[in-house]
Design a protein. Structure first.
Length: 332
């Protein structure tokens, strides 16, 4: 059972968080956001006695199954942080999905506050919001990660340059030569963009849907990611396909390793990784929030994941990870 009588759902894109940004009209981002938001609402609406509200933009439409969901909207011109700071005290729990880029997810977490926040704590969001910081933290705990240009451990035929705090495959570029990659990397830094350069890992792009709760760490689903690279090296994300609800023991062990490295991960979170034959999986990034793979997950598993999240322990800010060195790179 849950001690929450009311929950606010705030999905950044469908709530109008991108208004005025270059990505505001990105149909694929909007579709991904709506799919996650609708899945959240469907699960929450099935919980008896729970009052559910959802932040929407004026043009946004909720699914028919959300008939009893109360719509709430920001005041004209109100920033997402100010909106959540104002409205969060009206609810027992607040469930936010937002990009880590530009520190957005971290600022929204601070606006809501840890007592109402449903998900990873501030430290986990801070680490996972930086691909470089994530690599170093995971490597310190023995997790295989892509080697980077600071310390290449083996010859690689391709390198990737991408935003250090990006989501999906936005602005990700694959280069055949390290010199070309350095040129791209330096150019981004010169334009004031946070960027990272790492080795391209050959294998199958996958993700894990993970649940951290009172019973420990559980891998809910193994998912295949559709990744495309065009002839100019631009990388695109084309969605996710559920592969299995029965991940092997090695992937369960991997999820536990990641949890140990970033102990503030709580509730539902995701791991993007590359599977390789006869070798350890390589973790590319950690998503400290709901991912696209959540859509339809409860129905496939025959259990209400949202209800389990609400029934789980509230996340507590932790400094445990700060005692461990963020050093060492394990090559891909």
């Amino acid at each position: 059972m849950t001690d929450a009588a009311s929950v606010l759902v705030y999905e950044f894109i469908t709530a109008g968080g991108l208004t005025g940004s270059p990505d505001a009209d990105d149909a694929s981002l909007l579709a991904q956001g709506a799919a996650m938001r609708n899945a959240m609402l469907e699960d929450l609406a099935a919980i008896p006695g729970l009052a559910v509200a959802c932040a929407t933009s004026p043009a946004d439409e909720l699914p028919a199954s959300a008939g009893n969901v109360v719509r709430v909207r920001p005041i004209t011109g109100e920033a997402p942080v100010d909106f959540l700071r104002r409205i969060s005290p009206q609810f027992d729990r607040v469930w936010v999905v937002a990009p880590e880029s530009g520190g957005t997810l971290g600022r929204l977490q601070a606006a809501v506050g840890p007592q109402r926040w449903l998900g990873a704590d501030a430290d986990a969001i801070r680490v996972a919001s930086s691909k470089r910081a994530t690599r170093r933290r995971l490597a310190a705990f023995g997790v295989a990660v892509p080697c980077d240009s600071d310390r290449p451990l083996a010859p690689h035929t391709a390198w990737v340059v991408k935003p250090d705090d990006g989501i999906g495959a936005q602005c990700v570029r694959l280069h055949d030569e390290l010199t070309e990659a350095w040129r791209d990397f330096a150019g981004r830094l010169g334009r004031g963009q946070a960027a990272t350069l790492e080795a391209w890992v050959e294998g199958t792009a996958m993700s894990l849907s993970v649940l951290s709760g009172a019973n420990g760490v559980e891998v809910l689903s193994l998912n295949r990611q559709a990744i495309e690279v065009d002839d100019r090296g631009h990388v695109a994300y084309r969605g996710v396909e559920h592969q299995s609800a029965c991940a092997g023991s090695d992937l369960h062990d991997l999820a536990q390793q990641v949890q140990l490295a970033i102990p503030g991960l709580s509730g539902y979170w995701g791991i993007d990784l590359v599977l390789r034959e006869q070798r350890r999986p390589v973790v590319v990034e950690v998503n400290p929030r709901l991912t696209c793979a959540y859509a339809g997950l409860s129905a496939r598993l025959g259990r209400n994941i949202a209800a389990e999240l609400l029934a789980g322990p509230r996340s507590e800010p932790t400094a445990a990870a700060e005692r461990h060195p963020e050093s060492g790179i394990v090559g891909g």
